[in-house]
Design a protein around this ligand. Structure first.
Ligand SMILES: [Mg+2]
Length: 409
């Protein structure tokens, strides 16, 4: 078996640094934001974030055993070591990769600070000075993490006019791309399991799409998300029905496990399809990208393996002339990691922004200006990720007792 714990021994004194501790925190935003902070004997810390999910911070805490004493500059070897050590020496996917993703991001933050360069510089340099965001919007009732789409709530919230109104508001904030959920609780009626929509159901969705596209006109591109809900025939009919609206993309039309089904839909329509947010590491993207089953690839860097793994996925997409628009529901910490990634990837298009409903979202960072301006985030020039957590704001929204937890406490 490969021994990723066997690090190199020779290093210049200025880069001879050791990790001393790992802390984790959970911030309660519109999702649980799983943060990690890594300490070193150089007095420099690194900040990262993993995608939401139960016990992810416990796994990140367990990873302390394999990080303390290591040199944080060996980012990619350490990522492989963490996946190997926490997966029973065989797994390459799942929640351990999610946990390792946040640690990997914290290591890139550390590496940038130790070498006194922005993280994008370590990812290969930058193509752009600012990263465009698309705004994830909700009509009427926002998607509830706790209940999902099990409660219809106010039916008027799902009328086309409600979508159009929110779309107009997002465009007025300066976003030139927006996205809505096209799946609604009504999809579960009459049957919550088979994923088939009637012709009337498809027509209702077309009316929503038409209302949004007409409301924003040429001011914004529009995407819709289907959350893996539909059967193959429904996915094909829906994608074809939406062709006249020239969408930015239609996301996750069929369940994620079956690339052949995804490709069947792609072959049947001119509507661009997007998928990727629940796949891990480059291997789970290869079929999608090399079989042309997707038009826009949407990995989540805090899920799929961190910034280097995401860059590797983006490179495979670039090879096939496929654009790269990362999924992102993070706090500003994970979001800024994605900004460095977006700056460094040639085929990057949009980064998701999913916190319109959280008015303290960018208060989590010490800063003097709003983080987002005109639907864009400026690529930081400070070392590392260029972010500093506002500990007071973070503590106000921390889950449980206190903010940070360390296994060495
Ligand atoms: Mg999605």
């Amino acid at each position: 078996m490969r021994d990723y714990g066997a690090g190199p021994s020779r290093r210049a004194d200025a880069r001879d640094v050791r990790i001393t501790d790992v802390e984790t925190a959970v911030i309660e935003g519109n999702f649980d934001w799983n943060l990690v902070r890594i300490h070193t004997d150089a007095g420099v810390t690194g900040l990262g974030e993993s995608y939401r999910g139960g016990r992810v911070t416990d796994i990140m805490g367990y990873m302390t055993d394999f990080l303390v004493g290591e040199n944080p500059l060996d980012v990619e070897r350490l990522f492989r070591r963490l996946v190997q050590e926490t997966s029973g020496h065989g797994g390459t996917t799942g929640k351990v990769v999610t946990a390792a993703s946040g640690v990997e991001i914290a290591l890139w933050d550390l590496a940038g600070k130790l070498l006194d360069v922005p993280t994008y510089q370590l990812l290969g340099g930058k193509y752009r000075d600012e990263v465009r965001l698309y705004c994830d919007c909700h009509a009427g009732e926002a998607y509830a993490v706790d209940t999902g789409y099990t409660d219809y709530g106010d039916e008027a919230a799902y009328e086309p006019a409600a979508y159009a109104e929110t779309a107009t508001q997002a465009v007025e904030l300066g976003f030139d791309a927006i996205k809505f959920d096209l799946d609604t609780p009504a999809d579960n009626d009459p049957d919550p399991f088979n994923g088939r929509l009637s012709a009337a159901d498809v027509a209702e969705k077309e009316a929503i799409v038409e209302a949004v596209v007409e409301a924003v006109g040429d001011d914004a591109e529009v995407a819709f998300d289907c959350h893996w809900d539909y059967s193959l025939d429904t996915a094909k009919r829906l994608a074809r029905a939406l062709e006249p609206y020239e969408l930015l993309w239609l996301e996750d039309v069929v369940p994620p496990e079956n690339v052949d089904a995804q490709r069947e839909v792609a072959r049947s329509t001119s509507t661009p399809l997007a998928t990727g947010e629940n796949r891990f590491r480059v291997h789970e993207f290869s079929d999608l990208l090399y079989d042309f089953a997707v038009d826009v690839v949407t990995p989540d860097p805090t899920t799929c393996g961190g910034l280097a793994e995401s860059r590797a996925i983006a490179n495979r997409a670039e090879e096939n002339y496929i654009t790269f628009s990362p999924h992102n529901v993070c706090s500003p910490v994970g979001t800024m990691a994605c900004v460095h990634l977006g700056a460094s990837v040639p085929n990057f298009d949009y980064l998701e922004y999913h916190a319109l409903e959280v008015d303290w979202w960018d208060d989590l960072l010490v800063r003097s200006d709003p983080l987002i301006r005109d639907g864009r985030i400026a690529v930081p020039e400070r070392p590392g990720l260029g972010v500093e957590l506002d500990e007071d704001v973070a503590a106000d929204h921390a889950k449980g007792e206190g903010l940070w937890t360390s296994r060495t406490d």
